[in-house]
Design a protein. Sequence first.
Length: 237
Amino acid sequence: MANRIDRNRKYLVFVYDTLAIITSIFLAYVSRFDFHFSSNTLLILGQYLLWTYPVKIIVFYFFGLYKGMYRYTSIWDLLNVAKATVLSFLVINSVFVSISALRALPPSVLFLDFVFTSSSIALVRVAIRLYYSQSIMAIPDKNKVPGNIVKLLLIGAGDTGEKIARDILSNSNNEFNIVGFLDDNVEKIGSSIHGIPVIDRINTLNNISIDYDEILITVPGASGDNLRRIIDICKLS
C-alpha cells in the first residue's frame, strides 16, 4: 500500500514536471515577445516541445529526479535539479543549429525557457518538503499527556543545536518541547532558530525567566575547559 502511494506521488510529480516544461516555453516566448503571438506561434512551440520535451525528461530521469523521497528534499536534490536542467539546456543548444524547428526561436527564448524550467522544477520539490515539514509539526500526538512534555533548553545555537531542534520539531511522537537556546555568541542573541529564541549567554542560565525541565548541551566542538565551565553552570541551576 505504501509503495503504491509513493508511486502515485512520483507520478503526480512527473505530471507536474510535464506541465512545467510546457508552461515554461510559453512563458519564455511571451516574455521575449511581449505577449505578441503570430499566426504560427503554436506550431513553432509545438515543434519545439516535440524535440525538447523528451530530452528534458530523459535527462531528469538519469539525474534521479524521480527517485527521491520529496518530503526529504535537500540541497543535494536541488543541485541535481540544477545539473539536470543545465545539461538539458546544453544538449538542446547543441542541436539548435541542426533542427529547423529550434532555429525558428531566438536563443533568448531558449535561455528563458531554461530559467523558468529550473525554477518550476525546483519549486515543487521545495513546496513538498515545506508541506510535510509543516504538517508534521502541526499534527498533535493524541497519546501525549500535556504534563509529560519535557521542556528542553539547548546550550549552543550552532549547527548541532539546529539539527537537534529540527529533528525534534519534525517528530510528532517526541516528548520534548524546546523552550530556547543559550549561546555565548552575542550576535545570535535575540535571533531565533526554527522559531525558537536564542535567549542569552550561557552564564545567564541561573537568571533566565523561562521555565525548563532539562538541559541539553549541543556544543560538540567545545574545548575541555569550556565544556567543564558549561557543566559547572548547569550544576548550579
